[in-house]
Design a protein around this ligand. Structure first.
Ligand SMILES: Nc1ncnc2c1ncn2[C@@H]1O[C@H](COP(=O)(O)OP(=O)(O)OP(=O)(O)O)[C@@H](O)[C@H]1O
Ligand SMILES: [Mg+2]
Length: 447
């Protein structure tokens, strides 16, 4: 790249120089031709077709004033006789109009070129006026020399600057490559060093680093999940083993083992439910369901949930209150079944983890273009330090260990919220917990 730019830079300086020199030459030539023609017209003006005396004396005056042969004059009379001038070559050989000839052909120094204008005055006198080819003149040479030097400097700068830039770029790309190499060898903590400059390589490095952050995060959470699954299944499996051992013992004494078989079946069901929930979360996180998103009216959904859970709550000695936006229109684009599951999980949590006498409020509110759905209770709440952790798979507060849940409910809530690009907020409301799901973009509700 540096080389390309260097060559481009040199070519531009060269083209600019050549164009400027050419333009200047052209201007000088035009000026000189005008000068020659001016003198020609002046001399020709002294001849009126009659006597040639005036013409000859003017011609002589010009010849007198000319130093060396910087100007040439020839006049040939009607009869072919030379009337005057400072060069006695064959004027008739010189073509009509403008021409450029070598001095040698005119009996002068060869190697010096002349610009000539030849014409016939009043159809009788042939008049030739010429001027030595002054190349570019002082200004022209100055311009040409400056451009030649500019070109040399540009070449040097392009070579030195280009290789410096190339070297620095190479070093920075090497750092990126080295980092990727370390990552591919399993060193997930490696990051591309940032230079603090504001350029493309810096932005690329930042993007790479945040991609690596996400990669490290997901590898870590995968490891965490495997450990959690193993840990969480240990208890039901050992309970199952104990039940089976009891059943075997009873069978030896020829007692009925129906109870043990029943509780073994229940244990297996619970393990199954755990796996189902895990698979469901994994499936939601994979994001495939996003393709089938449709407009969903959250007001309708909360009304339905009110119907479903009002009884359950009152059985638990609790109150469920639902508040909907009076103007309606709490529509979002989403997966109806998953959204239903998400809000069910939140309401079930409040019912399960709050004591009798608690109140559970569900509300949908419209703010500009967003829809906020909040499930609030006045139960024991979750300490602020645990707000992040309860979203992890299997994580339950110590006091809920005996409540029979799997600890996957909020993980699924989080996965569904993420799938809908919705923000999930847990806040303590003293007493109690408020969980808010904020959908950024409202849509017209489904018909
Ligand atoms: N409304 C709430 N009030 C108090 N604590 C809560 C509330 N909701 C959740 N928690 C705490 O957060 C933990 C995690 O909740 P989560 O829904 O993930 O699991 P769970 O309810 O225990 O089991 P399940 O998978 O059956 O829902 C719960 O065990 C409980 O300790
Ligand atoms: Mg739950």
């Amino acid at each position: 790249m540096a080389l390309t730019y260097a060559v481009l830079c040199m070519v531009s300086v060269f083209v600019a120089g050549a164009t400027a020199t050419q333009l200047m030459k052209w201007q000088l030539f035009r000026h000189r031709d005008r000068e020659i023609h001016g003198v020609y017209a002046l001399i020709a003006g002294t001849y009126n077709g009659g006597t040639t005396t005036d013409l000859v004396s003017t011609l002589d005056a010009y010849v007198q004033e000319t130093l060396g042969h910087s100007w040439l004059f020839i006049a040939v009379g009607p009869g072919g006789s030379v009337l005057g001038g400072n060069v006695h070559a064959l004027a008739l050989e010189i073509p009509q109009g403008w021409s450029s000839v070598d001095g040698g052909r005119l009996g002068l120094n060869s190697g010096t070129r002349y610009r000539l204008y030849s014409g016939i005055v009043h159809g009788k006198v042939r008049l030739v006026v010429g001027m030595k080819f002054r190349q570019l003149g002082y200004m022209g040479r100055l311009v040409q020399t400056s451009f030649e030097w500019a070109f040399v400097v540009a070449v040097l700068l392009a070579i030195v600057g280009g290789s410096l830039i190339a070297h620095r770029m190479q070093r920075r790309f090497d750092a990126v490559r080295e980092t990727m190499d370390r990552v591919s060898r399993g060193e997930l903590g490696a990051r591309v060093p940032l230079s603090g400059r504001n350029d493309d390589i810096e932005r690329l490095s930042e993007d790479l680093n945040s991609a690596l952050d996400r990669l490290a995060d997901s590898v870590e959470s995968m490891q965490q999940v495997s450990a959690d699954i193993a840990h969480d299944l240990k208890t039901p499996l050992s309970r199952l083993k104990m039940t089976v051992a009891e059943a075997l013992e009873k069978q030896e004494s020829a007692l009925s083992v129906a109870d043990e078989l029943q509780s073994a079946a229940a244990e297996v069901d619970q393990i199954n439910r755990t796996f189902d929930a895990l698979l469901r979360i994994a499936q939601i996180e994979a994001g495939a369901r996003k393709a089938s998103f449709k407009p969903v009216d959250l007001s309708d959904m909360l009304e339905l949930l009110d119907e479903i859970y009002r009884e359950v709550a009152s059985d638990a000695g609790q109150r469920l209150l639902v508040a909907l936006p009076p103007e309606g229109g709490a529509g979002v684009l989403g997966d109806r079944e998953l959204l239903m599951q998400m809000f069910s999980n939140l309401i079930e949590n409040s019912i399960r983890h709050c004591p009798a006498g608690s109140t559970i409020r569900c509300s949908a509110t419209l703010y500009n273009d967003s829809v906020w759905v909040a499930v609030t209770d006045n139960g024991p709440g979750i300490p602020e330090s645990e707000h992040e952790r309860v979203l992890r798979r299997f994580y339950r507060l110590d006091k809920s260990r005996t409540s029979g849940g799997t600890g996957l409910g909020l993980s699924l809530v989080k996965a569904v919220a993420d799938l809908h690009d919705a923000e999930l907020r847990l806040e303590s409301v003293y007493p109690g917990l408020m969980v808010t799901v904020i959908f950024g973009r409202r849509t017209p509700a489904a018909a």
